[in-house]
Design a protein around this ligand. Structure first.
Ligand code: BDR
Ligand code: CA
Length: 312
């Protein structure tokens, strides 16, 4: 199994991604989870991460709190999508496990610097603040991380928080810019692919029909968070974003994309946070990312449902 650190702002779809990772021990050894400010404030995200590991029956997974605001800009949150706690929907008990005392950024640096080079993958599901900060504080981590697989960005489907930008990149474009220039192997799961992964009523009911606590919680979470998106898009199901990161690592044949240059717009107010993607190779800019453009939704939901069945 691949050793991973999950950096996240849970968030209902983040929660489903964490559950997918914890349900897949043949694919992942989850070393730790680091919360970041994003969907809601850091305090809620860090609490929610602990609720999720307990739901999965994995209170042994250490949970850290990272940065409470972006590097330079004011924090923008999305309570209108995720609810005031960030994880509205299911009624999960308050977590019993404590947050780890170490700052999440220091945990990321220390873990990467102590491990054999290129043995740890970072899975990021929220704004890239913690990773950007870690790269500034200890640039040596760039050579030690195996790869970063992230949910963020949009090009063909453009924005969900502004007409030009996807939420995770928009919240901290400065951190994203550092990550995209870092030279680390990057794979990007943008809105272009997550908008194809729609949680239709039949797919949501399949989670509920699993008959376990986790399946029920996922059903309740996504039923809550999709309310906003269904009105916004008028689709039969809302996009399911963050679990695409884990699904890609489990079975990349579900997805299609190509290596190209992705540059982060972080100056213009009109398009700040845009992931400008040279998909058609019209420049000589270095190919710094694998940009995923599409995926097979039936295979994705099948994998997710099958794996969630293994949890309590
Ligand atoms: C991303 O923003 C958040 O609301 C979701 O959790 C996902 O990571 C989608 O734009
Ligand atoms: Ca997220």
């Amino acid at each position: 199994p691949r050793k991973i650190i999950i950096d996240t702002d849970p968030g209902q779809d983040d929660a489903v991604a964490i559950l997918l990772a914890l349900a897949s021990p043949e694919d992942f050894e989850v070393l730790g989870i680091v919360a970041v400010a994003g969907n809601v404030g850091l305090h809620h995200n860090a609490t929610n991460a602990r609720k999720i590991v307990e739901l999965a029956g994995r209170p042994d997974i250490p949970v850290y709190a990272g940065c409470s605001r972006p590097m330079r800009r004011t924090l923008v949150t999305a309570e209108h999508v995720h609810g005031d706690t960030g994880l509205n929907g299911p009624d999960l008990p308050a977590p019993k496990i404590e947050l780890q005392p170490q700052h999440g950024v220091d945990y990321i640096i220390e873990t990467l610097m102590q491990a054999e080079p290129k043995t740890i993958t970072l899975c990021t599901l929220g704004p890239l603040t913690n990773i950007g900060m870690a790269l500034v504080k200890e640039p040596g981590i760039a050579e030690r991380v195996a790869e970063i697989v992230l949910m963020g960005g949009a090009y063909f489907e453009v924005g969900n928080i502004t007409p030009a930008a996807e939420f995770n990149i928009y919240v901290d474009p400065d951190a994203a810019d550092i990550v995209f220039r870092s030279g680390v192997k990057l794979t990007v799961l943008p809105l272009d692919v997550t908008h194809q992964m729609q949680s239709t009523p039949a797919r949501l009911n399949a989670f509920k029909a699993l008959g376990n606590k986790s399946g029920q919680a996922v059903y309740e979470m996504l039923s809550f968070s999709e309310g906003f998106d269904l009105k916004k898009y008028g689709w039969e199901g809302a996009p399911l974003h963050d679990p695409t990161v884990m699904a890609y690592l489990i079975d990349p044949t579900i997805f299609e994309g190509r290596d190209c240059n992705v540059t982060i717009e972080n100056a213009s107010e009109l398009t700040i946070g845009m992931t400008v993607t040279d998909y058609w190779h019209v420049t000589d800019k270095p190919k710094n990312a694998t940009y995923i453009r599409s995926g097979n939704a039936d295979r994705f939901f099948h994998l997710l449902t099958e794996r969630l069945a293994r949890l309590p």
